[in-house]
Design a protein around this ligand. Sequence first.
Ligand code: GDP
Length: 445
Amino acid sequence: MFASLSDRLTATFRSLRGKGRLTEDDINTTVAEIRRALLEADVALPVVREFTAAVRERALSAEVSAALNPGQQIVKIVNAELVEILGGQARDLHFAKRPPTVILLAGLQGAGKTTLAGKLGKWLRDQGHTPLLVASDLQRPNAVTQLQVVGERAGVPVWAPEPGNGVGDPVEVARSGLAHARDKQYSVVVVDTAGRLGVDAELMAQAANIRDAVDPDEILFVLDAMIGQDAVTTAQAFADGVGFTGVVLSKLDGDARGGAALSVAKVTGQPVLFASTGEKLTDFERFHADRMASRILDMGDILTLIEQAERTFDAEQAERMAAKVTGEEDFTLQDFLDQMQQLKKMGSMKKMLGMLPGMGQMREALENFDERDIDRVEAIVHSMTPAERTNPKILNGSRRSRIARGSGTTVAEVNSLMERFDAAKTMMRQMARSGGKGVPGMGAL
Ligand code: GDP
């Protein structure tokens, strides 16, 4: 997601590299480039205007920081403004003082509401809540079954209309679902509603009726990030028709331009609370404006990476990985291998690698990434002696050909692995220099 926006912006910043000081002309040219990049990515025009005006003003009056070169200063300013349009600090879901908390999902058909209900249900359950999903989407023939399937997968019960009892009345299903939740002491109720292919009055009225029947604590507007320019008008229509308290961006894993989704928080004044990044239940995360901005600027997303690592491995492993990233510990070939194996365990390799700083430039390579590559790396590292693993400098020609023979690979493959290891090590060092937080990847500017 946002790949082309990210590429355009980083190219703009690269062109500032090596400049000692930014003239007003430099700033104007840069701002014009940023404007073009945002418009091309479908960011809504009013948002682009406000964004570029703010960047220009801040760049012109930039408090000169001795620590940053001009390119880095612009990145810092653009980053801050991106965080701002993405809705600033993340807030938590509002939970009712007296349970059950009611969360209503609204959005167009196909936006990803039903899928989200399952993801949200699982997420809530993992946090210790006892959620109930309510199937109030009676428009689509399969919607109820679909919710039952995701509910089962997520391990979360589903309240669905009894055949012959209330069928056809989504408001009644929502109301009885809530009564059931109160009765059985569920702590959160997630109500899935019907969507249409386009915004229409009947759909809005139905969603509003369900809203009035269950008095939700949160209304989450689910927005397909791939719908382009329509995102803003759709969001506006839902804001006027039903109202919402938060946005969920779905299909952020797609490769569409996605900029319209970036405009939604700004245009509607409601924060993006969650991001959906795939069809699996686990392809779901809290949305953090600062992390998304840093991903767009190709500064990586170390925090999300570490959080996902924490979810996948035990705390000790995650801590070790964090220690490597922050430079407290040396990064060895064994770590490189561990890291690759861990990434493999973590699921979608491309997605994870995309979160590492500086990876934007390697996007093409990533597209062609072959997970079997990890098996080759494994074979090569396993063919090394412990001494070779801790001190790869001793790998001369004869050692390399022995390793190639032992691992069923070629010397060229061994050489290429060593080059990649050196690159990873350099990257780790750069990240360590920036404190493991802040602005990794900016060392490349
Ligand atoms: P609803 O009509 O709003 O309930 O939408 P669904 O939940 O049925 O989703 C519509 C389609 O989008 C389904 O095929 C989902 O598997 C798919 N989908 C939902 N969320 C995501 C996502 O985050 N990424 C991708 N790639 N597909 C998604």
